[in-house]
Design a protein around this ligand. Structure first.
Ligand code: WTA
Length: 652
């Protein structure tokens, strides 16, 4: 490569929030020194460190060797046997936790349910036996296409119990996406529901499943949970109701003793091009990673009620609604529906109702709440909260401040956790009793994570210089392959910079060693020779009181290479005037510098987003360039947004 690819990082953020003494004293990791000592050990003597930490997981048989590393193939806890379902359930049944709430669930219409560990264990055993009845054995893949109801977690744990790798397909996906995933995984059984509730409407899961099943020759059986009670068609010999099937099997099912490297699940995630990648995780290493991060990053205690708002269709729902929380014996609160149904205070209502202590959500949600206004959270008693978390995108410092003050009452640390479907567990994150927080930074690497910023030649760059984020050592919860496509695994993650894992994110590391994620490498802009991260421009805009949300993209420009186009949604009640456009341009120029002054500002009612809330900049790029929107939009939340944006564009 000949052109220099240094990424300029221009965000200036000087605020620092050290942990309060009260928080540190009660935390699992109590000081920065304690973190540093453990971190050093994890890097200098990884096998000793991980052997000690792996005691947090139950093993039927211990390992002969901790790590087998043959770049890029890692095996962890060689010849050990364990089971994720056993770790999440059975081992809590011998003491007082057996009567503790494992899952607290609230449905969108206002119904609710609580399952103790004992009850959840029974449900899981019954569903595992139904799967066995369908001929599912160790290694067979099972598709889970469910709303956010307790049976979704039951289904995952039932698969894990018998060693059948699950592949959860997000309930917001349609028939095509579902079909593709069923076929790629070769699943014989699908677990679904008649439907689910979202924004007061029924999500048509069973009709989608029916359409998908027409094109999936390997699929034999469909187990259907009744949730909405709407009329659905049930195909004779293929489709069965869970409430009928559960009566036909025993409620006892031993957990299989599985090899540590046995695949626990495949989760499809979109790449920048081509078909989705089936990210494959294993049992032992994944459990160690999710168990430890849940304990240390969320500082989880037995008495906590923990609410992660992610859907189980995403990796966050896997690692931090189900596996990590239950394996620690924690209480996981699941909510079925939308945050603004019936009103934009539904989450705050839930937090007050159940006295939630830990809230883990995404910046896109935080920005939506900012837009809806402070009055909604202020109507509720949020004083039970003691810790907040963020995941999915860089959190804009102003959104961070709002989250900290308005939701956290200035009292709760925010753990801004950087990680990926591929990494399985948190990688760069504060530890809340130890790490001084800087709004917008994921701060420091978790134990065992050897993260670095490198240039195009793979050389580490000096402090504050931008570059590519890489991980230089294997870690237990890392993906092992892309299902049925090991070459793509090697090419995507291990080839661009030889010898290390390429995360695909641009980042910089400041003089204190804190990591600042600038955005995906392919979102990096090049304006007049300056490489700018989209998130920095967006953060500058979101810091303006009129702006709710902003997305920055490049448009080809003869003079500058790329011109900077930003799409903005304004806070409710702010009129979209030309004067405001000028003011916002000047604001960015003031905040970041004249090179970042947007060339074009477009006001929009909404931005195109994936269903997990990431802004689809690829689509905005097409709109900014005045081109037809191309490519796959099946993951988009609201297709109307594009039509509206295209219609309103080009006013300058
Ligand atoms: C982005 C979600 C900045 C990043 C767990 C990463 C983040 C991608 C953060 C993975 C964060 C996630 N700060 N960026 N705290 N968390 N990202 O696979 O670009 O859905 O590569 O996993 O989200 O998204 P994924």
């Amino acid at each position: 490569m000949t052109t220099p690819h240094n990424i300029e990082s221009v965000l200036k953020e000087n605020r620092v929030f050290p942990p309060s003494e009260a928080f540190s004293q009660q935390a699992h990791i109590k000081s920065l020194d304690e973190y540093k000592a453990l971190y050093k050990k994890s890097i200098d003597e990884p096998e000793v460190f991980w052997a000690e930490q792996a005691e947090a997981v139950h093993w039927f048989k211990k390992w002969d060797k901790v790590l087998d590393w043959n770049l890029p193939d890692a095996k962890w806890f060689i010849n050990a046997t364990t089971n994720a379902s056993y770790n999440c359930l059975d081992r809590h049944l011998t003491g007082p936790r057996r009567n503790k709430a494992a899952l607290i669930w609230e449905g969108e219409p206002g119904d609710s349910a609580t399952l103790t560990y004992q009850q959840l264990h029974r449900e899981v055993c019954i569903m595992a036996n139904v799967l066995k009845k369908y001929g599912i054995t160790k290694g067979d893949r099972v598709i889970i296409y469910m709303p956010m109801i307790p049976e979704a977690a039951v289904a995952m744990l039932a698969c894990a119990r018998i060693g059948a790798p699950h592949s959860v397909v997000f309930g917001g996906f349609g028939a095509e996406a579902l079909k593709e995933r069923i076929n790629d995984s070769g699943a014989k059984v699908m677990i679904t529901a008649d439907g689910g509730f979202r924004r007061g409407k029924i999500v048509q899961l069973k009709p989608n499943a029916d359409t998908a099943a027409e094109g999936t020759p390997a699929l034999e059986k469909v187990l259907v949970v009744q949730r909405t009670k709407q009329d659905v068609s049930m195909k004779e010999g293929r489709d069965f109701w869970w409430h009928d099937e559960r009566k036909t099997v025993s409620d006892k099912c031993e957990a299989e003793q599985l090899d540590s490297e046995h695949p626990l699940y495949i989760l499809y995630t979109s790449g920048s091009t081509g078909k989705p990648k089936g990210i494959q995780h294993t049992t032992g290493g994944y459990l160690v990673g999710t168990t430890l991060t849940t304990k240390y990053v969320f500082d989880l205690k037995d008495e906590d009620i923990y609410f992660c708002t992610a859907d189980i269709g995403w990796v966050t729902g896997h690692s931090y609604v189900v596996y990590g929380v239950l394996s620690n014996g924690g209480t996981s609160l699941m909510y079925e529906g939308a945050p603004d149904t019936p009103n934009p205070d539904r989450w705050w209502d839930i937090i007050a109702k159940y006295k939630v202590n830990i809230l883990y959500t995404a910046p896109t949600a935080v920005r939506a709440f900012i837009k809806w206004g402070d009055d909604w959270p202020k109507k509720h008693d949020l004083s039970s909260l003691r810790l907040l978390g963020s995941v999915g995108e860089p959190i804009n410092p102003e959104a961070w401040m709002w989250y900290y003050n308005v939701i956290g009452g200035g009292r709760c640390p925010i753990v801004d956790t950087w990680w990926q479907t591929e990494t399985g567990a948190h990688m760069i994150t504060p530890l809340p009793g130890a790490t001084p927080l800087k709004p917008g930074s994921g701060s420091l690497p978790f134990f065992g994570v050897d993260a670095a910023i490198v240039d195009d030649d793979g050389k580490e760059v000096p402090a504050n210089a931008g570059g590519k984020l890489v991980i230089r050592k294997p870690w237990p919860s890392m993906l092992r392959t892309i299902y049925k496509d090991h070459d793509r695994f090697v090419n995507t993650y291990w080839s661009e910079v030889p010898g290390v894992y390429l995360a695909g994110d641009g980042a910089r590391r400041d003089e204190d060693g804190y990591f600042w994620i600038v955005g995906r490498i392919d979102d990096v802009l090049n304006v007049a020779g300056h490489r700018l991260g989209t998130s920095e421009v967006e953060s500058a805009l979101v810091s303006h009181p009129a702006v709710a949300e902003a997305a920055a993209v490049g448009r080809p420009d003869e003079l500058k290479g790329q011109a900077l186009v930003v799409f903005i949604t304004l806070k409710v009640g702010v009129p979209p005037t030309d004067a405001l456009k000028k003011e916002l341009r000047d604001h960015v120029a003031r905040e970041i510098g004249p090179i970042a002054r947007p060339d074009d500002i477009r006001f929009a009612e909404g931005l195109p987003k994936t269903r997990s809330g990431k802004i689809m900049r690829r689509i905005l790029k097409d709109i900014a360039a005045g081109a037809q929107v191309k490519g796959d939009v099946t993951t988009m939340e609201d297709l109307n947004v594009v039509a509206k944006l295209s219609a309103s564009s080009g006013d300058e």
